[in-house]
Design a protein around this ligand. Structure first.
Ligand code: G1P
Length: 328
């Protein structure tokens, strides 16, 4: 069990970290930076990698321990000071709308039975009226197009984008780290993480102009390059803080990688001339919950990080490993 608890601790993001460099050259010294209070959650995807489950439930409702994926993203956004939540949805996603609504019958039943602890748990799922908005993407044309669908709700202000498939375990939630870094840089910021060269074809990849440690200034971005074409192995992870200029860029960019309108390409436009695009190496452990293996890893890590489960679950996992070793 000790082994797995140790793994859980490191997975929970307690990673040594050099800290944010203050006063980075030319970065945000005199700028007046507008607060980020809106976030976009692109949740229109079909989730085909999780068929048959996603035949009738949205991928974002799939459960890590006892909370749907989307709850992790919402909690992270709230911790970063987000007040308005914009969901870009599609057909078959009504379970998401219900999830964030009040559940009067359930709540009154719990109240009647005196289950205050469960009522407390439900509180996190309720959104104030008007805090959450839904907009439809009626054709699957890519992440850039999904974000563009929210343009009228975003208006002329900086906004965050969170991809719920990317679950990040961290002591300070990832978007909050980014909001703090963005207070120094302004412009546009994407979460970034080193990946092995053979994995670059799964990500947006940064071309680095200046590496300042946790923050890098970016001079270009490429969506899903082959290892041989990748400008670095610093990959974009699904957290963004973007200027409204990116929405304007989305109006005119053409289809990119995979024949889709790519958010990466619209951000890359902002690297031309004097770039105001920054990558941010976050502290924490990211799980790719868009893949089955990543989802299982996250389930193990989050299960072990839960005080009410870690002992029983840790013993079980250690027994499993011992049994597997014995069988070899
Ligand atoms: C999207 C983005 C990509 C980014 C990735 C992070 O790709 O297009 O730039 O690196 O998310 O998870 P997707 O995984 O949706 O294909």
């Amino acid at each position: 069990m000790v082994v797995f608890v140790a793994i859980a601790d490191s997975l929970a993001g307690r990673v040594a970290y050099s800290g944010l460099k203050k006063g980075v050259s030319g970065v945000g010294t005199q700028m007046k930076i507008k607060k980020v209070s809106k976030a976009v959650f692109p949740v229109a995807g079909l989730g085909t990698r999780f068929l048959p489950a996603t035949k009738s439930i949205p991928k974002e409702i799939m459960t890590l321990v006892d909370r749907p994926l989307i709850q992790y993203a919402i909690d992270e956004a709230r911790a970063a000071g987000i007040k308005e939540f914009i969901f870009v949805t599609s057909r078959g996603k009504s379970a998401l709308e219900d999830y964030f609504d009040n559940a009067p019958e359930l709540e009154s039943e719990l109240r009647r039975k005196g289950k205050t602890d469960m009522l407390e748990i439900l509180k996190d799922t309720n959104m104030d009226s008007g805090a959450i908005a839904y907009v439809r993407q009626n054709r699957p044309m890519g992440l850039g197009h999904a974000v563009w669908c929210a343009r009228r709700l975003i208006g002329n202000e900086p906004f965050a984008v969170l991809l719920p498939d990317d679950v990040i375990a961290a002591e300070t939630p990832c978007l909050q780290q980014m909001v703090e870094a963005y207070a120094q840089t302004g412009g546009n910021m994407v979460a970034a993480m080193e990946v092995s060269p053979e994995r670059t074809s799964s990500y947006g990849v940064l071309d680095i102009a200046e590496d300042m440690g946790s923050i890098v200034r970016v001079k270009g971005m490429v969506e899903k390059p082959k290892a041989a074409d990748a400008p670095s192995n610093l990959a974009v992870i699904g957290r963004y803080i973007l200027s409204p200029k990116v929405l304007t860029n989305l109006n005119r960019i053409k289809q990119g990688a995979g024949g889709e309108i790519q958010l990466t390409d619209a951000i890359a436009e902002e690297t031309k001339g004097e770039s105001n695009v920054f990558g941010y190496r976050f502290r924490g452990q990211r799980y790719d919950c868009g893949s089955k293996a990543g989802f299982l890893q996250a389930t193990v890590a989050f299960g072990l990080a839960r005080p009410d489960l870690r002992d029983e679950f840790g013993v079980y996992l250690n027994d499993m490993v011992a049994m597997q070793k014995a069988a070899q």
